[in-house]
Design a protein around this ligand. Structure first.
Ligand code: 5GP
Length: 192
């Protein structure tokens, strides 16, 4: 059986990867399964353990790191996030395509572990636009705004390293661009 494709969706902090991810997941032609990350961040309202994330405490997260169970992990805004390796391996070995959504630092280690993965970087139309968005989401939390703006700046600096950059001004267009590349790769692997 042909192995599935690992699709990495990354981008500047708060750029709106979530909306693009939802649209990608809703498109059944791409046969995408979502890689559920482990995190020490508290559950937000409406989130479900084992669906949005595996919510774990620091001790459990440290165990996963120690046992080399994560493809990559990072600290973001005071919490840890990591991609469980077994889940990704299980799915691609069954020929399923996997969507991994990570902040920008997570991409390098995944590409190192899975060189034939395809990474997409979602960019805002402009930094000013992103700044406006971050202010809207985090309103009075100036420490959080500051941290996210700094992180977004850093993330955008590494954007040129990505072959596939998509802009979030039109999520449907971004999804269509990603889909085209994924479908072409699927065809290539079918015929290999
Ligand atoms: P949030 O707390 O808003 O759900 O996620 C914060 C950031 O962490 C987002 O940019 C999200 O894409 C990223 N993220 C989620 N899971 C992982 C992961 O397993 N690894 C890495 N490196 N980043 C992740």
């Amino acid at each position: 059986m042909k192995k599935g494709i690992v699709v990495i969706l990354s981008g500047a902090s708060s750029v709106g990867k979530g909306a693009i991810r939802e649209k990608l997941m809703a498109d059944k032609e791409m046969n995408l399964f979502y890689s559920i990350s482990e995190t020490t961040r508290p559950k937000k309202e409406g989130e479900v353990d084992g669906v949005d994330y595996y919510f774990v405490d620091h001790k459990q997260f440290a165990e996963s790191v120690k046992n080399k169970e994560l493809l990559e992990y990072t600290e973001f805004n005071g919490y840890y996030y990591g991609t469980p390796k077994a889940q990704v391996d299980f799915l691609i070995n069954k020929g399923k395509n996997v969507l991994i959504e990570v902040e920008a630092q997570g991409v390098g280690p995944i590409k190192l572990n899975i060189p034939d993965s395809i990474a997409f970087f979602v960019m805002p139309t402009s930094f000013e636009e992103l700044e406006k968005q971050i202010h809207e989401i985090y309103k009075d939390d100036s420490a959080s705004i500051e941290r996210r703006l700094n992180k977004a700046k850093m993330d955008m600096e590494i954007a040129p390293l990505f072959k596939n950059i998509v802009y979030n001004d039109d999520p449907d267009k971004a999804v269509a661009e990603i889909k085209k590349i994924v479908m072409t790769e699927m065809e290539k692997r079918e015929n290999a």
